[in-house]
Design a protein around this ligand. Structure first.
Ligand SMILES: [Zn+2]
Length: 189
């Protein structure tokens, strides 16, 4: 029996948690919190989808990798290069309940998980065709969670951001991102 619900886990990868190339404070706590959420609620979801930032090694990914000093707004230190340790899931995330994987950012900024595809070429929008509600968690609130949430609002009836299970690069833009998502129709839980 379908409940039409999905969990979207955004970019819980080594480079985005403490000690990573672009480590976010609270990232490891988010990884552990999501694992706990999955232990209690995995059965509530028809699909558990995880996105990964998966950049090219041989180019700047459309200016995503800064040529020199990054501004941490529009360009960034090198991170999440495909098939490197930094692009792997944080070890605190229990990946066993994940039913679908999407990768994004190959030669592109790739902030939104909706730019991602599965290894079979399915887009996230295609995966979510029969889903009425998506709960979004992960990293970073002010960038990839924000962009994924905004795209989800165009695709899924009920979009919820679980704020206990997100972490941002900076506090003020993260608050602004949640306010923007709420103003556009997301439920902030
Ligand atoms: Zn990136």
């Amino acid at each position: 029996m379908t409940t039409g619900a999905a969990l979207l886990i955004v970019d819980v990868q080594n480079d985005f948690t403490e000690g990573g190339a672009l480590g976010v404070d609270g990232g490891k706590a988010v990884a552990a919190g999501i694992s706990q959420h999955l232990a209690q609620h995995a059965a509530d979801y028809d699909m558990i989808i995880a996105s990964r930032d998966w950049h090219d090694a041989d180019n700047d990914n459309d200016g995503h990798f800064a040529p020199g000093e990054p501004d941490f707004v529009t360009n960034w230190p090198v991170h999440c290069v495909a098939d490197t340790a930094g692009a792997e899931f944080d070890p605190g995330l229990d990946t066993t309940p994940i039913t679908h994987h999407v990768k994004k950012g190959q030669g592109a900024h790739g902030y939104s998980a909706f730019e991602g595809v599965t290894d079979d070429g399915a887009t996230l929008a295609e995966l979510l065709t029969d889903v009425r509600r998506v709960d979004i968690v992960g990293i970073a609130t002010d960038h990839c969670v924000r962009a994924s949430g905004l795209d989800a609002l165009g695709d899924v009836a009920d979009v919820r951001i679980l704020t206990a299970l997100v972490a941002g690069v900076a506090a003020e833009p993260s608050q602004a991102a949640l306010a923007e998502l709420a103003a556009k129709g997301a439920t902030i839980v």
